[in-house]
Design a protein around this ligand. Structure first.
Ligand code: IMP
Length: 175
């Protein structure tokens, strides 16, 4: 496998995150906003999106690992790192890198909902179209993309390529 064509350029990501940030700023004005990113994939979206939100917000991180093959989610999620603080009564916005099957997000939603936040919404940079196994309610979506495996901008293939400043597809090198 090698890095294939660029699917979403750095400029496109920057422009879209600025739009999403402006929308979030308007929607959460006057509210106690807490951004929750899921490590490791969402670290870059969190850094860039949070800088586009013009509000005195708070950030927190969770780390989860899903059981199953390297490039597929089983929906069974293990929490490796939980939030540092309570979220009861707070306006929580989950910041996600990518929604594929939607199973991870569904698990997270359920897990956070029982903690009784004032509101719970999702901002995802990428949503793969048409392959969600469960309905996913994402209030803010950066880009809808085809269901190919992508890397870069936080997304990895067996731990690598997270540092690429753009999103690219992986390609078979052929024999
Ligand atoms: P889901 O539970 O199937 O929606 O997938 C959730 C997680 O799988 C994401 O947060 C990513 O960490 C990972 N993932 C899904 N699709 C891709 C991809 O195309 N490239 C890299 N990681 C992915």
């Amino acid at each position: 496998m090698k890095i294939g064509r660029v699917l979403i350029s750095t400029e496109d990501i920057d422009r879209r995150l600025a739009e999403m940030g402006a929308e979030i700023t308007e929607d959460y004005r006057g509210k106690d906003l807490l951004l929750v990113a899921v490590l490791k994939g969402a670290f870059m979206v969190m850094a860039d999106l949070s800088r586009q939100i013009d509000l005195p917000l708070d950030i927190d991180f969770m780390a989860v690992s899903s059981y199953g093959a390297a490039t597929q989610t089983s929906g069974v999620v293990r929490i490796l790192k939980d939030l540092d603080a309570e979220i009861a009564g707070r306006h929580v916005l989950i910041v996600e890198d990518i929604v594929d099957s939607g199973l991870t997000l569904e698990y997270l939603r359920k897990n956070l909902e029982v903690r009784e936040p004032a509101s719970l919404e999702v901002a995802a940079l990428l949503v793969k179209t048409g392959i969600q196994q469960v309905p996913v309610a994402c209030r803010y979506v950066g880009f809808e993309i085809p269901p190919d495996f992508v890397i870069g901008y936080g997304l990895d293939l067996v731990g690598k390529y997270r540092n690429l400043p753009y999103v690219a597809v992986m390609e078979d090198e052929g024999f």
